[in-house]
Design a protein around this ligand. Structure first.
Ligand code: SAM
Length: 271
């Protein structure tokens, strides 16, 4: 059983390094995730991990602890309707607005293992052939190096492709290789995967037309959420859009962001 000092030590480390707030009541989550990490590292249990992290810490171990505390749940076309809105409303509008610049940039801000950016890439390939010669880019970032590596590899299990991906799109954009499905190069070329911590500087991320920052702010406290949203808004182009997860409310969103509702999907447009 994790003791109060261990909980304080690990939750402070996780908060300072990732923004993820583990409040009282999350002892069980922390204990089960870190016991599993201890097992993977060949340690006896969380007590051993605590001693190692406290008295002989390494950057690698810290990274492993943070990774263990991230929740990477995701699937293709998550919630469906926001992707319908992208396809039917937002991308057509942006194509019209950006036709002199011929550039469209998306950012999947906590992309986990890549299902979200690949869903955007499929929409672009499938429905917007008229911008094939434009500069199209999807920046896909996450704090978890493991998640980024998996996304970049574009290698998904049968269970993963069964979640949200219609069969005709699976056959068209993926190739079966043994037990896995590999994303084709057309989609891969549209996406640039990169490790980025949302509580740090957003290096190389700018002039974004659509940012999807979905199901990540829920892990942060109010001040952290506000600070991240302010940074995100700064990298958005005027007229650009922000999508959050369906259950998320944008605390402290700068006033330049105007709320827009399309049926059951809400997003925010920068004025
Ligand atoms: C639940 S997943 C959401 C994935 C995807 N956006 C979706 O909606 O399906 C949350 C992701 O946020 C990432 N994350 C947590 N803290 C982060 C931080 N400080 N910076 C960047 N990503 C972070 C986690 O690693 C995880 O992959």
């Amino acid at each position: 059983m994790i003791n109060p000092e261990q909980f304080r030590f690990f939750s402070t480390m996780v908060k300072e390094s990732s923004g993820i707030a583990l409040s009282k009541g999350k002892e069980y989550l922390l204990e089960s995730r870190l016991n599993e990490l201890a097992r993977v590292l060949g340690l006896k249990d969380i007590n051993d991990l605590y001693r190692k992290a406290k008295f002989s810490p390494t950057p690698k171990l810290k990274e492993q602890i943070i990774e263990a505390m991230t929740t990477n749940e995701t699937y293709f076309f998550r919630d469906q309707h926001p992707f319908e809105v992208l396809k039917k409303e937002i991308i057509p509008e942006l194509i019209e607005k950006r036709k002199s610049k011929r550039t469209l940039r998306f950012w999947s801000a906590a992309c986990s293992t890549g299902q979200e950016p690949y869903s955007i890439a499929i929409i672009l390939e499938e429905h917007f052939p008229q911008i094939k010669t434009w500069r199209r880019e999807i920046i896909a970032t996450d704090i978890s190096q493991q998640a980024i590596d998996k996304g970049r590899a574009g290698r998904f299990t049968q269970v993963e492709v069964n979640r949200g991906l219609p069969i005709q799109l699976l056959i068209k954009y993926f190739k079966q290789q043994g037990a896995f499905w590999m994303v084709n190069d057309k989609l891969k070329k549209l996406i640039r995967f990169k490790k980025v911590n949302l509580i740090g500087p957003l290096i190389g991320i700018n002039n974004i037309d659509v940012v999807m920052c979905r199901y990540v702010l829920i892990y942060f406290d109010q001040d952290t959420k506000k600070a991240i949203l302010e940074k995100i808004v700064k990298v958005l182009n005027p007229g650009g859009y922000l999508f959050l997860g369906a259950t998320e409310t944008p605390v402290g969103l700068p006033s330049c962001m105007k709320r827009k509702t399309f049926g059951r999907t809400t997003c925010w447009q920068k004025q």
